[in-house]
Design a protein around this ligand. Structure first.
Ligand code: E4P
Length: 224
């Protein structure tokens, strides 16, 4: 099943979007939480509630050594939520991912800017990879191509790792990524909202209403 995530710590916006979209969970990172002024212990209960208790929540470790990342991940994993521990796919992060997988912790390798970096994280057992599409584009490289190459390698090697592309600044990037058959994606709230809107839709709906009222007044469809 495709997993749609929102990339935010704003529980109100998550609850609102979840009324119209099948939101599978929420991804956070240290910058998102810091900007929102919310620690993990404040953010997670609100985000879980916003998704009626059925939410996969991604939380990043902030420790600097593999051993400390593991200790932090064990604590996060023990929280009463469906937690995925995010680990930056650095050399130290890869070591931490190996340690975490030995403990049965679900892991997302984050801050992925290159195919080789993502492939190594997948080989280390990462359950998810988060390539940063817009950030790669902004560096003059091609975020879509990085995701396409990673998806090919995962398929070729028969790895169970899911791609969870992140960092989007426009809807075309999202559509290009979805065409690649990724298993999941995380969207900023504004991009998710833009994807539900089209300037032609409301005028079309208004025309239906006025045509209907001219012929049938206030009657409902089954009453006509
Ligand atoms: C995922 O959680 C990433 O941290 C996030 O999508 C990065 O997005 P940004 O490039 O908009 O900061």
């Amino acid at each position: 099943m495709f997993e749609l995530y929102l990339d935010t710590a704003d529980a109100q916006q998550v609850a609102s979007l979840n009324q119209s979209l099948p939101v599978f969970g929420v991804t956070t990172n240290p910058s998102i939480l810091a900007k929102a002024g919310l620690g993990v212990n404040q953010a997670l209960p609100a985000l879980a509630k916003a998704l009626n208790g059925q939410a996969r929540l991604h939380v990043q470790v902030v420790s600097q050594t593999a051993e400390d990342m593991l200790a932090e991940a064990i604590k996060l994993h023990a929280l009463p939520y469906d937690i995925v521990v995010k680990v930056p796919a650095t050399r130290i992060g890869l070591a931490a991912i190996k340690l975490m997988k030995a403990e049965g912790i679900t892991v997302l390798a984050t801050a992925i800017y290159s195919v080789q970096q993502g492939f190594f994280a997948a080989l280390c057992g990462a359950d998810y990879l988060a390539p940063y599409v817009n950030r790669i584009d902004a560096m003059g490289a091609n975020g879509i191509a990085v995701v396409a190459d990673l998806q090919n390698l995962i398929n070729q090697q028969g790895l169970s790792t899911k791609l969870l592309p992140a960092s989007f600044k426009n809807t075309q990037q999202v559509l290009d990524i979805l065409q690649l058959g990724v298993a999941s994606i995380t969207l900023p709230v504004d991009i998710a909202e833009q994807m539900m809107n089209h300037p032609a839709v409301q005028p079309a709906v208004d025309q239906f209403s006025s045509d209907w009222q001219e012929s049938f007044g206030d009657k409902l469809a089954f009453e006509s």
